[in-house]
Design a protein around this ligand. Sequence first.
Ligand code: ATP
Length: 323
Amino acid sequence: VDSTESGEDGGGQGLSWSRVNSMSIKEWDIPYEELQFEDRIGDGRFGSVYKGNWHGDVAIKMLTVDSQQTDQTSQLQAFKREIAMLRKTRHENLVLFMGACMNPMHLAIVTSLCKHQTLFTHIHLRKEKFAMNRIIIIASQIAQGMGYLHAKGIVHKDLKSKNIFIENGKVVITDFGLFNVTKLCHGNRKGEWLSIPPGWLCYLAPEVIRSLQAFNHMDLPFSKASDVYAFGTVWYELLCGEWPFHGHPSESIIWQVGRGMKQSLGALQASKDVKDVLMSCWAYSVDERPNYSRLLKTFERLPRKRLARCPSHPIQLSRSAES
Ligand code: ATP
C-alpha cells in the first residue's frame, strides 16, 4: 500500500496493514461470473486474451495457472501485490487497469480494450514506415507513459512493440508490471526449459541476458534501467523497421549482448543525436542509461522536419500508421 495515500489506504489511521490491503484489493476484485467472454484475441506466453464485456468493452487476460506449482498460496499473494500496484496507474499512455479475478481457478486481469493495432503490427507485419516527426511523437509518448510508471515505482519488465498500441494516433502501453505474475503460470510453455519467444531477446539488457538460466527465467534482474534498454530497442524498430540482431540465432544474441556488443548502426541514416539515443539506452553499464525525463528532453531538442505537401513525402506513409 502506498504510504502517500494515507487517506484512502489508512497509513496511520489505526487500521492494520493487512486489513487495509484486503479492503483495497476487494475494490479491484471482479467476480468471474460478471465477466462476459466474446472472441479470443490471441495467446501469449502465459495465457490467452479475450475481448469481453464488463460494464462495456474490455480485454480479459486469462492466466493459465500452473497446477504443478508447489507454493501457490504465496504466489497468489504475490499476484495480489502486483495487482495492488496496477490500481495506482492513471495515465493516458497506459492501458486502463479495471480490476482482476482473484479466484485461484480463474485468475484474470481486466483492462480497457485496445481496438487498433500494435506497433509490432505496424512495423513488422504491415512494414509501414514512419516519418521522423511521427517517430519522435510516438517515442515521446512511450517515454511519458514509462516515466510515469517509473515515478510510481513500477518496472514494466516486458516493454516491446507488441505491448504498445497506437490508438487513434495515441500510444497506449499494455502488460506492465506483470512479469512476476507469470511465476504462477505454465501457460503455453512446453516443458520446464527456457523458452524464448521470437523477438524477445533483443529487448533484454546485458545484465538480464547474463542472468538467463535454462530452467528458471523468472527471477531476472529487471529494473528501471532494463526498461530503458528495452525502450532503446523500440526506438531502433521505429527507425529501422526491424529488430536489432535481426536473423541472428538466439545463442549468438545472448553471447553478443552479454559481452556488451551492440547492433551496428552503420547502415542507419540518421543524425548523431538520434543514434546517441540508441547508444545511451543500450549502454552496458546500468548507471549510464538515461532516465525517461532525460530522454524526453532529448526528443524535444531533435529537429523536426517541416511537413511538405507533396504526395511522395513520407507524411503520406505515416498516415497509414496512425489508425
Ligand atoms: P507475450 O506473451 O510473449 O508477451 P503477447 O504480447 O502477444 O506475447 P499477450 O500479452 O498475452 O501476449 O497478448 C495476446 C494478444 O492479445 C495479443 O495479440 C495482444 O495484442 C492482445 N492484447 C493484449 N492486451 C490487449 C488489450 N488491452 N486490448 C486489445 N488487445 C490486447
